[in-house]
Design a protein around this ligand. Structure first.
Ligand SMILES: [Zn+2]
Length: 381
């Protein structure tokens, strides 16, 4: 799993009722507990080897930090439009997205940030009590968090620049790794989808992470900054399996609204990340050929590849043989022990906008697990 799983109608309804104050935090938590267990059971039954909690407790993969951090406030895009100086530019971005503005809330930095509570430790501990399988905990990466939280008009009174804000983001994520490691976590994944936007939009900011309207620097400087931040976050934590997930957007089934391009422009940066695994999308043709990444020694140093073999956005369920073939192609470049199979991204990036039904998502996981079983038989474990 990359992370998210479609939320049930019951959970979505409970989230809405909680927002309106109609139910208590405890009532929502009980419903979310059941949803997590349900998502876990489906993964176990499908034969998934490393499970997540389906991000059932989160509204999306990064905005949930607002509930955990002091100094961060969830702002609707309408509220942001009120405060941003470049209103025309902001409206242009909203129009190019296939997402209703009211469905996204941005975690905006409005004060000094610090952990009021851990970001994901409690999610991990709950899941640990219900399974013996290895657990992956997805977290927003430092570059994504900095970009999303930095809204110049709201943030500059507290932090002089987004790099200044990033100093505290790095500290918060390092504390989170420390706590998760101490609790015995198997795999931590940092999500950095915004990296593709740097190279595939030619400087036109066109993202759901709208906060960084001001970030119009040279993309190579931004990529350097992203590499530096990620490497600082993971520094010294070599004994934990840490991955970085990158994709080209997973908020719409309209493929043309999502970014397109091979890993070529990113490869030299990915090669310098001091993480154990790159969790990448490859099922979608928008991600280009495997050879672009794997041919050039970009995976030197023993990095693992989390190979995307399932498209979370399509109605059609992949065949086992197509997945096996895809992995066989990767085996020309990497030994079997360094290849992990995963869907291209989560199945429910934004809670109110799942990319698939639970039923189709379940079938897709089954196909992936069946392919893995065949590949283990043929190529060893
Ligand atoms: Zn993704």
């Amino acid at each position: 799993m990359v992370g998210s799983w479609p939320r049930s109608h019951e959970l979505l309804r409970a989230q809405r009722r909680r927002q309106h104050g109609d139910i208590s935090a405890k009532e929502l938590e009980d419903i979310a507990d059941s949803a997590v267990i349900e998502a876990l059971k489906i993964q176990e039954a499908a034969g998934v080897d490393i499970v997540t909690d389906g991000e059932q407790r989160r509204d999306n993969f990064y905005s949930f930090v607002a509930e955990k951090l002091d100094g961060v406030r969830l702002m609707s895009l309408a509220e942001m439009l009120d405060i941003v100086e470049d209103k025309a530019g902001f409206e242009r971005i909203l129009q190019t997205l296939d997402v209703p503005a009211y469905s996204i809330k941005n975690p905006t930095c409005v004060g000094r940030i610090s952990r009021r509570e851990p970001l994901a430790l409690n999610e991990y501990l709950f899941l640990r009590r219900h399974t013996d399988l290895p657990i992956k905990v997805p977290l927003p990466g430092p570059y994504l968090l900095m970009r999303a939280m930095w809204v110049k008009e709201a943030t500059r009174a507290v932090y002089s620049s987004k790099e200044d804000l990033a100093e505290d983001v790095v500290g918060i994520l390092r504390d989170e790794i420390r706590d998760l490691r101490q609790a015995g976590v198997d795999f931590i994944q940092f999500d950095e989808p915004v990296l593709t936007e740097l190279v595939f939009t030619q400087g036109q900011t066109r993202t759901f992470m709208c906060a960084a309207l001001a970030a119009r620097r040279d993309p190579t400087e931004e990529l350097e900054l992203a590499v530096e931040l990620i490497n600082r976050v993971v520094d010294g934590y070599d004994d934990v399996r840490i991955g970085v997930h990158i994709c080209r957007g997973n908020w719409s089934r309209q493929e043309h609204t999502l970014l397109k391009g091979s890993y070529g422009p990113l490869a030299s940066y990915l090669a310098r990340l001091k993480v154990r695994q790159l969790v990448l999308e490859f099922a979608t043709p928008r991600a280009g050929e495997l050879a672009v990444l794997l041919d050039e020694g970009n995976m030197n140093g023993g990095k693992e590849l989390g190979l995307g073999v399932i498209n979370p956005r399509t109605e059609q369920v992949e065949t086992v043989s197509s997945v096996v073939e895809r992995v066989e192609e990767a085996l020309r470049y990497l030994p079997a022990a360094r290849i992990f199979l995963n869907p291209d991204c989560g199945f429910g990036t934004f809670s109110s906008r799942p990319m698939n039904s639970i039923e189709i998502a379940r079938q897709k996981l089954e196909v992936m697990a069946q392919a893995a079983a065949i590949l283990r038989r043929d190529f060893g474990s």
